[in-house]
Design a binder for this molecule. Sequence first.
Ligand code: FE
Length: 212
Amino acid sequence: MSADHHHHDHGHDHDHHHDNRYSDMQARVKALETVLTAKGLIDPAAIDVIVETYETKIGPRNGARVVAKAWSDPHFAAWLKEDATAAIASLGYTGRQGEHMRAVFNTPETHNLVVCTLCSCYPWAVLGLPPVWYKAPAYRSRAVIDPRSVLAEFGLTLPEDKKIRVWDSTAELRYLVIPERPDGTDNMSEEELAELVSRDAMIGTAIAGAPA
Ligand code: FE
């Protein structure tokens, strides 16, 4: 567990979803969806497609551009390390749950993994909607206790001597993992590099993809 662990302080939190409140919201959303579907006003399959698109495509593309720029531009990488909130905002990614950002850089020695042990704090501005597993109690508890096994279940087996740092998100501070730049990508443009960066690589449950 990282010495930089931050406590959740819900006393200063105005837009935070507590578990019970979130369940209540989910129930209301479900009820609304049921009524609208029964009236023929919406198609649940179409809604699934929209949610899936925001979870895996539109949202995380912002973060992927941040990573690709950090890989391509040492000055930007230094700024990102120093003041991630400002560096990310300079690309236009700001807003709810993205106000205070910290970028944690993977290195040959250390792999970073992000969790919110208390609820589901997530950097929406750069990653979009959190995946279901990120909000699941099993991930939230086990990522801290046994990160190596959790990563193995995601298909990511790290060398035994590689250190894993776990970062606990809060309402005040959200983390973005900057994966290591893959080998064989020296001649790739930022746009091409961004394609190698998945949502999971920026949470830390994956690494960046290899070039085709
Ligand atoms: Fe949280």
